[in-house]
Design a protein around this ligand. Structure first.
Ligand SMILES: [Zn+2]
Length: 500
């Protein structure tokens, strides 16, 4: 048995000014991994491709790894980057295989294609119309029809924060192995509802997504072990709203063993649950001044930190990670015993490296990128502090999210104002793992306040140490205020842009 196993992941924010060249898909290298290096990097990690590798080993299959690339969310993918990665995958399939296992995101837009994943599958199908294709997708998939029509099996994350990447890989791959062994006949149906849930209301730790995902999991248990109409995979995708493309928004996919009507009925049930709960997916924004005033009243006597969530500028949703509105507010309010992760500003890191550890520096921090989609210019803020630490920026996630995977924040430094320790980094990483702080010599659990540029994923690794969270509406391209985003191409009507 010969398998093609590949990863090509990007969540595209069409409002983001952050470019997406091929190098963004790599860690600690200029190019994404290929060949045996993929296996070495992902074997034993809590990722979908990690599960593919394990299952291929267990089946005694021969596997080839044309590419593994995973870029932090940003603007549409450069055509050259897409062609390089898709080309390697298609070439590997063209050399002949029994099945293809793909670890994709599901919300990739390229400079040439609204549906990056659908374009990849179209090219594979052109040369291998019958080959079974199993696809693991992120819960933030914006599902175009091509994906649902061309894949054999689709399974999406059932958790947000995404702590079930490995299990999702297994859910996508197992039906493919059963099909190859002629034990199942995966039959897939998909559908949509015209809704753009706010990301801040999408966590599977909260209603209504908690109940929807629980129902999807229950569907997969139902009929397990019986001969007929087993549910092989059930997925509800909240969708990624910061993408002005026709199929942005919520969708569902259900795969049964040979029963199309059942797959359709269960798919409709998941979509119905989401549509009925659409008002609960709407996030209400609190003005920043009000949030910071509340924060000031909460700091005293705390044993564990209060998280100040700079959620408009989350690099894992396409944020520049260099807006200074929330950090500036924290400095102005005089909050003490605080740490901030992070401001992405390679120039500032260089300046601190030149000054050296222990030096006192004054520099224009952040605000290096304009945000034309919002009509905003980047606004640096002058900050004075001591250079506390300088490091390479490589660390390994402790989990539970993407456990064991290498993370790369690029050359990094800590700027200590005396009240706030500010992590300044050179590559985008979202703080969802405690190792991000520890790599910089910061012990987050000992702080009164933690400013995090994140929305939901911080809860994976840092939720357990937080005493409370205050959501701070700063500045950035993952704003929860849809009225500031100009949607022109998303299909209309769609809730809540158009009241139902
Ligand atoms: Zn996601």
């Amino acid at each position: 048995m010969r398998l093609v196993i590949a990863q090509m992941k990007h969540e595209t924010n069409t409002f983001s000014p952050v470019p997406t060249p091929l190098a963004r898909f790599a860690r600690a290298a200029a190019q994404p991994l290929e060949g045996a290096a993929v296996r070495d990097a992902f074997k034993g990690t809590g990722t979908a491709i990690g599960a593919f590798i394990d299952l291929a080993d267990q089946a005694g299959a021969e596997a080839v790894y044309p590419v593994a690339g995973n870029a932090a969310p940003s603007a549409p993918v450069d055509s050259a980057a897409f062609e390089a990665m898709a080309g390697r995958i298609v070439d590997a399939v063209a050399r002949g295989c029994d099945a293809v296992l793909l670890d994709l995101h599901g919300a990739m837009v390229t400079r040439a294609h609204d549906d990056g994943e659908g374009e990849l599958l179209t090219r594979i199908r052109r040369i291998a119309p019958e080959v079974p294709i199993g696809v693991a997708l992120d819960m933030h998939t914006n599902l175009f029809p091509a994906m649902g029509q061309l894949a054999t099996v689709i399974a999406g994350y059932q958790t947000y924060p995404h702590v079930d990447m490995y299990e999702t890989g297994a859910r996508a791959a197992r039906p493919i192995f059963s099909l190859l062994n002629k034990k199942t006949k995966p039959t897939m149906r998909f559908g949509h509802r015209p809704m753009l849930p706010h990301v801040m209301r999408q966590s599977s730790l909260d209603s209504p997504n908690r109940e929807i995902q629980a129902r999807a999991k229950a569907m997969e248990r139902q009929g397990a072990g019986k001969e007929h109409a087993r549910v092989l995979a059930a997925s509800f995708f909240v969708g990624f709203p910061h993408a002005d493309i026709p199929y942005a928004g919520s969708s569902a996919v259900v795969v049964t063993d040979g029963d199309a009507a059942k797959a359709q009925a269960l798919c409709d049930e998941l979509l119905g649950m989401a549509w009925d709960a659409r008002e609960q997916f709407v996030y209400r924004v609190e003005p920043l001044e009000q949030s910071l005033a509340r924060a000031k009243g909460m700091g005293a006597g705390s044993l564990r930190p209060v998280v100040l969530l700079d959620h408009y500028d989350n690099c894992a949703s396409g944020g520049t990670m260099d807006t200074m509105a929330v950090l500036g507010g924290i400095l102005d309010a005089g909050l003490e015993e605080a740490a901030a992760f992070a401001i992405c500003d390679p120039q500032a890191v260089e300046q601190m490296k030149r000054a050296g550890v222990g030096a006192r520096v004054t520099l224009p921090l952040g605000g290096k990128m304009d945000m034309p989609a919002l009509g905003l210019k980047g606004r640096p803020r002058e900050v004075t502090g001591n250079v506390r630490r300088i490091c390479s920026g490589l660390y390994r996630n402790e989990g539970p999210m993407a456990r064991g995977e290498l993370a790369d924040m690029g050359p990094a430094a800590v700027l200590d104002t005396g009240k706030v320790e500010i992590a300044v980094i050179s590559r985008h990483v979202e703080p969802h793992d405690i190792a991000a702080f520890r790599a910089l010599g910061i012990e987050p659990e000992k702080k009164r306040y933690l400013m995090l540029k994140s929305r939901v994923h911080w809860r994976a690794g840092l939720g357990p140490i937080a005493r409370a969270v205050i959501e701070c509406a700063g500045e950035g391209v993952c704003t929860s205020d849809y009225s500031t985003l100009k949607f022109r191409r998303v299909r209309r009507p769609i809730f809540p842009l158009d009241p139902a």
